[in-house]
Design a binder for this molecule. Structure first.
Ligand SMILES: CC(C)(COP(=O)(O)OP(=O)(O)OC[C@H]1O[C@@H](n2cnc3c(N)ncnc32)[C@H](O)[C@@H]1OP(=O)(O)O)[C@@H](O)C(=O)NCCC(=O)NCCS
Length: 184
């Protein structure tokens, strides 16, 4: 009897995993997860009309990729170097261009202003939208764009039946911690 119950539990776990994998595959099969979320296509400040687009990392143009590597280094290299991880440019570039990677890109007149690297993934047994990066140029910070991009990620997570958004942040990145706390 006990053996049978254990098998049933195993089966339940297997079917849960299969359903989760289907959700991930479905989300990853989209051409553009932002397409139907009209209110996140544009963000207007006093100085900028910012366009948001969502693409797979593997479809990013070379100039977009080189800007992404560049802003990562400018914004984060020091913080990585001060951590036990250290900064490994090749490893970071590989992570940023993996098959599952998506980018949410903010730009104005062909000038890149910010990006988020995210993935639809399974984390600790839950389907999640995993936010690997949220990086803005300094000129556009504190104008609500970070909050707007996080809302766009939340909507894409919700629309694709992801349970939550997951992210990690360095303990010494106090401004980012403040930002994420403010967002709840
Ligand atoms: C962290 C980051 C994405 C925030 O984006 P942003 O567009 O500047 O943030 P917002 O303007 O949307 O801020 C929303 C709220 O968060 C809080 N906040 C944002 N930046 C803050 C800071 N530097 N210090 C304290 N609070 C901050 C504020 O409450 C702010 O609301 P307010 O401006 O009305 O007071 C951006 O500063 C950035 O790209 N930083 C460098 C890269 C980085 O550290 N990324 C996070 C790695 S995980």
């Amino acid at each position: 009897m006990q053996k049978k119950a254990r098998k049933t539990r195993r089966q339940l776990l297997a079917s849960k995993a299969a359903v989760q994998q289907q959700l991930i595959n479905k989300a990853n099969a989209l051409t553009n997860p932002l397409e139907t979320l009209d209110k996140f296509h544009e963000y207007i400040t006093t100085d900028y009309t910012i366009k948001l687009s969502c693409i797979r990392a593997k479809d990013a143009q070379p100039e977009c990729l080189s800007w992404i590597f560049d802003i990562m280094e400018r914004n984060m290299k020091d913080m990585y170097e001060q951590s036990t991880w250290g900064w490994d440019a090749a490893e970071k570039q590989a992570e940023l261009t993996e098959e599952m990677a998506w980018y949410l890109i903010a730009s104005c007149n062909d000038k890149f202003l910010g990006f988020s690297h995210f993935r639809f993934d399974i984390d600790n047994g839950d389907v999640v939208l995993y936010c690997y990066e949220l990086q803005l140029e300094s000129e556009i910070r504190r104008k609500g764009l970070g909050r707007f991009m996080m809302s766009a990620l939340e909507s894409m997570a919700y629309q694709n039946q992801m349970l939550k958004i997951v992210l990690t942040v360095f303990k010494r990145n106090l401004s980012a911690i403040q930002f994420f706390y403010t967002l709840g």
